[in-house]
Ligand binder design. Structure first.
Ligand code: PLP
Length: 394
């Protein structure tokens, strides 16, 4: 099957009772076992079928099977949000005394969880510039159990070389290489085929794609997903609602054609921004001016729809105009929806709240982002209308 067909049919099956063509929404929280089985999830017998929706629900399961097929994974588990999926894999895999390596500029929600919560559990962390493989190698210790990659990174659009860094980490005894592939989507990059052990997605973004449902997923080997199901889903409890699974499944069916359109539109908008006199710098993996354009061409089959840019005028002033004057582009956080979304991220603010970089890491961050950047999620309106709307405020 080609990817467009997989997106529509994988995980779905015609309901044998009603012969319904599109997937059922099963909201039931409990299920009648086919035969007597234990009360604890530890004693559940797989042949008994669904028991309780925290350990499994048929609508959520259909989405998990579709996502696994799209990602080329043995299996998948869904959670209530991208951060719930992140929490599941980090707390499900790491123990006190372990060391883990994270990108110095990870997505802010991930960065704050790692910086502010993990130390309380005795998990040691290092923050590394993933564009520098020597720095990653130097950070690995005998206790390093996890290397976390995010590519492209939110919001810097820096890339990590998944194949090279997975090889490097595994050769040095690191057990888990995890890739947050939210910005790429399975249409652009399939990290498991490049050597990673786990993939994390915020389903709230491109995979759901319509801005109306939060969700997250972890994908990988079946044995790892079974263990994660027991520990993270059953014991931590942050499971996905079947209603959200049903909405996200409908979004996932059009993911290949949406990603093609997002990438085409983003390229047009990025080129327009690059030529605009008010704009001082544009980052888009598909542009030859991206510092890692060669890696993007090797690792991404689609450059996705995320563009960031800086302006000559103070971006905070432009952002104030955008809040009032934008007509089609929504000034709002989040990304990956069919509506274009833009947000201003001020460097001083985010350094203080999220990253707290000092020394060389702070200098690298300021060199990359200047006083701040606009993060633009290019939607599926016509590129001409998106540019005209932005042009009114620039
Ligand atoms: C949004 C996002 C997340 C978190 O996902 P939620 O669904 O908002 O919890 C994680 N990683 C990246 C790269 C994101 O953009």
């Amino acid at each position: 099957m080609k990817i467009e067909t997989t997106a529509i049919h994988a995980g779905e099956a015609v309901d044998p009772h009603t012969r319904a063509s599109s997937p059922n929404l099963v909201m039931s929280s409990t299920f009648l076992p086919r035969e007597l089985t234990g009360f604890s999830a530890l004693d559940e017998d797989e042949s008994a079928g669904y028991i309780y929706a925290r350990s499994g629900n048929p609508t959520v399961r259909q989405l998990e099977e579709k996502l696994a097929a799209l990602e080329g994974a043995e299996d998948a588990r869904c959670f209530a949000s991208g951060i719930a999926a992140t929490h599941a894999v980090i707390m499900g895999r790491l123990s006190a005394g372990d060391h883990a390596i994270f990108p110095e500029n990870a997505y802010s929600g991930t960065a704050e969880f790692i910086r502010y919560s993990l130390p309380r559990f005795g998990i040691r962390t290092s923050f590394v510039d993933l564009t520098n493989p020597e720095a990653v190698a130097a950070a690995i210790t005998p206790q390093t159990r996890m290397l976390w990659l995010e590519t492209p990174c939110n919001p810097t659009l820096q890339l990590a070389d998944i194949a090279a860094l997975s090889d490097l980490a595994h050769a040095k005894g690191v057990r888990d290489v995890v890739v947050d592939s939210t910005f790429a989507s399975p249409i652009a990059t399939r990290p498991l085929t490049l050597g990673a052990d786990f993939v994390v997605h915020s389903l709230t973004k491109y995979i759901g794609g319509h801005g109306d449902a939060m969700g997250g997923a972890v994908l990988g080997r079946k044995a790892d997903m079974d263990a994660l199901n027991l520990e993270a889903a059953v014991h931590f409890g942050g499971v996905l609602s079947p209603f959200n699974a049903w909405l996200i499944m409908r979004g996932a069916e059009t993911l290949p054609i949406r990603m093609r359109a997002h990438a085409e539109q983003a390229m047009a908008v990025a080129r327009w921004l690059e030529a605009h006199p008010a704009v001082s710098r544009v980052y888009y993996p598909g542009l030859p001016s991206h510092p890692q354009h060669d890696l993007a061409r090797r690792q991404m089959a689609n450059f996705s729809g995320m563009v960031t840019f800086q302006t000559h005028e103070d971006g905070a002033d432009i952002a104030r105009r955008m809040v009032k004057d934008l007509q089609h582009v929504h000034f709002a956080v989040s990304l990956g929806h069919l509506r274009s979304l833009i947000y201003w991220i001020g460097t001083d603010d985010i350094l203080k709240s999220t990253y707290q970089h000092e020394g060389a890491a702070e200098a690298r961050f300021r060199a990359l982002l200047g006083r701040g950047i606009f993060r633009l999620s290019v939607g599926l309106e016509h590129a001409d209308d998106i540019c005209a709307d932005l042009g009114r405020c620039l």
